[in-house]
Design a protein around this ligand. Structure first.
Ligand code: GLA
Length: 376
């Protein structure tokens, strides 16, 4: 990838620049909890977005995406937003750095990546944090702290891409460390690294390669449900809610909102259970909680789809220890905790059965927990 980028950079802009990269992420457990002030348990992976970049003396950004084979050019003022949606991520990052009083000057960049798109592995957070890291290093002497870099990515989603996301993806992408998962408390923003080396097991992602583009931004709607219930309960976020509190207002809120909040309250506890279980090396409990999360995401939070439910069923039939939808939902992949000796049989069965039913095979990714944003 580096070679390809540098050849393209040389061809378009001449000479060389500096290389930066950032990573996609997995999340072991704790879904849709980040914007509810709960816990998440992500880690960065060995799938990255990489850019070569160099200051130009123009007042604009010129950037080429190798994978999309598209070029964009834009200024750095609010009214200069580019048309292409991929370029808006980079424009948004520039704007968010500037809004925070940081320096951004014109630059040339070429980038490429191997984070699968639409798979729930946060290619967008990887892109945002790659550029946020680069701008911090190139123009700001690394004075912007890491949490702020993550927030720059998150605000880019909010203000330039229409997704009212939480902080998990950008956090994972910025803070990720080789071999370590991280438990983040999204209320206090305290975090802890957890070495993750489950002896005898591996993590396998099964990508359904389906992306259900649902109208009306279902992600933002889930978030609104949670916020409505929190407001009704008089708490800042559902982090401070219990099932008892929720049951007390059951008659005053819609059934839909009730089940959304129920999922979030239960999921909060599951993350804590998984942390304890990991400390004991009790992978059966980790796996059970993952299946419970899947059930909740499917039945109560309703962010699954037929294909993902089917992959979950196959995992269970194959004796996979834990399996669930990962990320925002509505397509993408399942994350599976599987015993080494079962891995091949599971992958083979999942590919065959899925293909029989949907006419195409899912994609399989073995996960290696790796470093997040960095200068290469
Ligand atoms: C997406 C969002 C995250 C998080 C997950 C669900 O990936 O970007 O902030 O809410 O969905 O856990």
């Amino acid at each position: 990838m580096e070679k390809q980028i540098s050849a393209e950079f040389e061809k378009r802009f001449g000479g060389t620049g500096t290389f930066y990269a950032s990573a996609g992420r997995i999340n072991l457990i704790g879904e849709h909890t980040d914007y509810n002030g709960g816990f998440v348990f992500p880690g960065a992976i060995d799938k990255v977005i990489m850019t070569e970049i160099r200051q130009n003396d123009l007042d604009k950004v010129r950037v080429y995406s190798i994978d999309i084979d598209d070029y964009a050019e834009f200024g750095l003022n609010e009214e200069d937003a580019p048309q292409q949606s991929w370029a808006r991520y980079i424009f948004g990052v520039c704007r968010e750095v500037i809004k925070r009083g940081g320096v951004v000057k014109g630059f040339d960049a070429v980038f490429a990546g191997n984070v699968p798109l639409g798979a729930g592995l946060s290619s967008s957070a990887a892109l945002e944090s790659c550029f946020a890291f680069a701008l911090n290093d190139m123009f700001n002497g690394n004075t912007i702290d890491k949490f702020e870099l993550a927030r720059i990515g998150q605000s880019t989603e909010h203000n330039y891409c229409g997704v009212n996301c939480g902080i998990m993806d950008q956090f994972a992408s910025v803070f990720g460390k080789k071999g370590q998962l991280m438990r983040l408390d999204c209320r206090s923003m305290e975090y802890e690294y957890y070495p993750f080396n489950p002896e005898g097991y591996e993590l396998v992602l099964v990508d359904s390669v389906v992306k259900h583009e649902l109208a009306d931004s279902p992600y933002n709607k889930r978030r609104q449900s949670c916020e409505r219930v929190a407001k009704r309960l008089g708490v800042e976020t559902l982090r401070d809610a219990t099932m008892e509190m929720l049951d007390e207002v059951k008659g005053d809120i819609t059934a839909e909102d009730y089940f959304r909040a129920k999922f979030v309250i239960e999921e909060k506890q599951r993350v804590l259970d998984v942390c304890d279980a990991l400390n004991r090396g009790d992978y059966d409990t980790v796996g059970e909680r993952m299946y419970e999360t899947h059930r909740g995401l499917s039945k109560d939070y309703e962010v699954s789809c037929e294909e993902l439910d089917y992959l979950n069923d196959i995992a269970r039939e194959c004796g996979v220890t834990g399996s669930r939808i990962m990320g925002g939902g509505f397509g993408g992949c399942t994350i599976n905790l599987v015993k080494n000796e079962l891995r091949d049989k599971f992958v083979e069965t999942a590919c065959r059965k899925f293909n029989e039913r949907y006419g195409h095979e899912p994609k399989i990714y073995d996960v290696v927990i790796s470093d997040g944003a960095r200068r290469v």
